[in-house]
Design a protein around this ligand. Structure first.
Ligand SMILES: [Zn+2]
Length: 375
């Protein structure tokens, strides 16, 4: 009976939660079926939380970490940290096999206590950034990332660092290809964000040194009060098709044998569709129509890009003869659907093979969805 009453009172308290945040800041007084009860603010919040999905609770916690500096500082003590050395993530061998490709490394998460012990005064939690990787699990410890700068005065500093952690570091770009998709998404968030802080130590408006907020979501200039937020660059990536063939191109900087879809940065004032038509005309001298958005993906390189994947077909009645922009590209190929599926299926291409981007890249999904006629 007592439980039933308490339960009913808590339901009623949920309805009255507004009053808990205003006049009755610490308690809610309820007159319920002749009983008078007092529910603490914590009871009301607990009841309130039960009505929110796990995802919404996770988003709200992340929001609080970003906006409430005291909460963020207090959370460092329970946090797990992804550690970077000069933007090289610290990784350890993994035995997990996600999908058909063996992923050989995983992020070497470190608790704040371990970092304090291993790094001593070099561990400065106020230089960390909050990560959004565990939104769906709001009761798990909050996650952060921190970059440790090299010490040029100390020979073999990197090797000593790795030895101290019993782990190894790999380059940022390589790391995305040797870890699971889940870890790749996390590293893809960390790398550009940490790099942004390194590159934006000074105010672009007045030149004064800027101050990072505890969560790392912004930097503020103490002199002119300008608030600086991390930069995100939209990039159009388009798979051009003509019937049962699609066009893939090769940039000189690509790994040997690799071809991908056409891509380029959006310009100010330009729509995604206009950028697609312009990039295709610039890079391969073709005109396209029926530009259709497919999906988007955050990408860490060159610096926090938002890849906007599209399909587009050659404009009816125009040529499919490619005229390469040789300053940007060194080759192109038209591939049939069957060829695309065969190439995507290769787990370890030989040196003389053509190969297409791995699963971690949006270009892979653009190609696969078109080859399977899913788009
Ligand atoms: Zn300034």
């Amino acid at each position: 009976m007592a439980n039933l009453v308490t339960s009913s009172l808590r339901k009623a308290a949920f309805c009255l939660r507004r009053s808990a945040t205003s006049a009755h800041a610490h308690s809610v007084y309820l007159r319920h079926r002749g009983l008078i009860a007092v529910l603490s603010r914590a009871d009301v919040c607990k009841s309130h939380r039960r009505h929110l999905s796990q995802y919404v609770q996770g988003v709200r916690r992340l929001q609080k970490l970003k906006e409430d500096e005291t909460f963020c500082r207090e959370s460092w003590a329970q946090g797990n940290f992804a550690v970077f050395y000069d933007l090289r993530p610290l990784v350890v061998p993994s035995l997990s096999d996600e999908g058909k490709h063996l992923k050989i490394m995983k992020i070497a998460w470190k608790h704040s206590d371990e970092l304090s012990e291993l790094l001593k005064e070099d561990f400065r939690a106020d230089e960390s950034i909050v990560l959004n990787c565990n939104i769906s699990d709001p009761t798990s410890p909050p996650k952060f990332a921190i970059n440790i700068a090299s010490k040029s005065s100390e020979p073999d500093h990197k090797e000593k660092f790795e030895k101290r952690f019993g782990s190894t570091t790999v380059s940022g770009r390589t790391s995305l290809f040797v870890v699971s998709k889940t870890d790749a998404r996390i590293l893809g968030q960390c790398l550009p964000h940490l790099q942004w802080h390194i590159r934006h130590q000074f105010c672009s408006n007045c030149g004064e040194r800027t101050t990072k907020d505890p969560s790392g979501s912004k930097r503020t200039c103490p002199t002119c009060s300008t608030v600086h937020y991390p930069i995100l660059s939209p990039v159009a990536i388009v798979l051009v098709t003509n019937g049962d063939r699609c066009l893939v191109v090769r940039q000189p900087r690509f790994m040997a044998g690799m071809y991908s879809a056409i891509s380029g940065f959006l310009e100010p004032g330009e729509s995604l569709e206009a950028a697609v038509r312009r990039e295709v005309a610039e890079e391969v001298g073709l005109e396209v129509e029926e530009v259709k958005f497919f999906s988007s993906q955050s990408w860490a390189f060159p610096l926090s890009s938002l890849m906007l994947g599209c399909h587009a077909s050659i404009k009816h009645g125009t040529t499919d003869h490619v005229s390469l922009d040789e300053a940007e590209l060194e080759d192109s190929r038209w591939l049939h659907r069957e060829e695309v599926l065969t190439i995507l299926d290769k787990s370890s291409p030989k040196d003389d093979d053509i190969w297409l981007p791995p699963e971690v890249a949006i270009a892979h999904r653009l190609l696969k969805s078109w080859a399977l006629k899913e788009n």
